[in-house]
Design a protein around this ligand. Structure first.
Ligand SMILES: NC(=O)c1ccc[n+]([C@@H]2O[C@H](COP(=O)([O-])OP(=O)(O)OC[C@H]3O[C@@H](n4cnc5c(N)ncnc54)[C@H](OP(=O)(O)O)[C@@H]3O)[C@@H](O)[C@H]2O)c1
Length: 303
């Protein structure tokens, strides 16, 4: 059965935690006949009240729909939960929407292929409350025929839905690549908030300025990507040396406010290693060379 607005594709959602529940609600809201299953059966109740069918077993859940969407904690959890339904996967489209490593996505793709399922591994790049919104980003890697056939159904989960390519590990790779920015950015915000509190100021007072700072950082990304892709770091608007000079300020702030800034030490060490590798006068994006383990003096295509 293919995607057709007039007769919405039946969908099965397996895994009804915070995210899985939001996925099932979005399918229900768009009029898709939706079958659900969860290890802890009680979590299906609100969805059944909203019109979902609660399958008695994971196998019955898989058998109910041509498109099976899973949202369990890990790929390993997904494989073990689906194992009793392995034979029923043959000829169906399996779409995973959990976090995990590229290697685990490939392992799950092999497992799905072994059961005769067509496979897409996806990632939801937002919180459950954003599922279904026009600008919510989800990306997928794997069998393009699944995306071609069920793209309209998958777009119910978010308007910014992208097929990255046939590699089944691509969504996991991009999720980890983009996700790597989250913790450093947030810890930086939390450090700033702690420093303000040390002066009797509220964290809320920095939100507007922090937002503008993030906008500025966002504006720099295309230029840095160009430098990294070309390997030419010589046109340095902000050099590694400049960032390293700022390292002393972090220490001074920590001492003045009694805020623990030691989480920055490994980042400053990275700057020092970049200088040692000959990147002091290069753009800060030359840190990529050190992170890639190729900290040779000079960038690939720079002098
Ligand atoms: N929540 C978010 O903000 C968010 C955002 C983006 C991506 N994600 C990703 O989405 C995935 C699910 O997240 P979540 O927030 O929905 O997590 P959650 O609320 O903790 O739910 C986890 C789900 O996985 C099931 N599960 C775990 N291990 C299982 C196993 N061995 N067998 C059967 N079922 C198992 C749980 O079943 P029980 O109910 O029986 O425990 C539950 O349905 C994760 O990979 C997460 O990284 C989440």
């Amino acid at each position: 059965m293919s995607d057709d607005q007039a007769t919405p594709t039946p969908v099965t959602v397996i895994g009804l935690g915070s995210m899985g529940r939001a996925l099932a609600e979005a399918f229900l809201g768009a009029g898709h006949p939706t079958t659900v299953w969860n290890r802890t059966a009680a979590k299906a109740a609100p969805l059944v009240a909203a019109g979902a069918v609660h399958a008695a077993s994971v196998r019955a859940a898989v058998e109910a729909s041509p498109l099976v969407v899973t949202c369990l904690t890990t790929f390993g959890d997904t494989r073990s939960a689906l194992e009793p339904a392995g034979a029923a996967l043959s000829g169906r489209a399996l779409v995973t929407l959990n976090s995990g490593s590229p290697a685990d996505a490939r392992a799950t793709a092999g497992w799905a292929a072994g059961h005769g399922a067509r496979f897409l591994a996806g990632a939801v790049k937002n919180v459950p409350a954003a599922v279904g919104a026009p600008d919510t980003l989800l990306y997928y890697g794997g069998d393009e025929s699944v995306f071609d056939e069920y793209g309209t159904t998958l777009r119910v989960l978010g308007g910014d839905t992208v097929h990255l390519g046939s590699g089944t590990d691509l969504a996991a790779l991009y999720e980890m690549a983009v996700g790597a920015m989250l913790l450093p950015a947030l810890v930086g915000f939390f450090q700033g908030a702690a420093a303000l509190q040390a002066r009797g100021l509220e964290a809320d007072s920095m939100v507007r300025f922090a937002g503008k700072w993030l906008d500025m950082i966002k504006s720099l990304l295309p230029g840095y990507a160009k430098e990294i892709d070309s390997g030419d770091y010589t046109d340095a608007a902000s050099s590694v040396d400049l960032f390293l000079a700022g390292a002393a300020h972090d220490k001074a702030l920590g001492e003045e406010t009694n805020v623990d800034t030691t989480w920055i030490d490994p980042l400053n060490d990275l700057l020092r290693r970049a200088v040692d590798a000959g990147h002091g006068s290069h753009s800060i994006s030359a840190l990529t060379e050190v992170l890639r383990g190729e900290g040779s003096a000079g960038a690939r295509r720079s002098s």
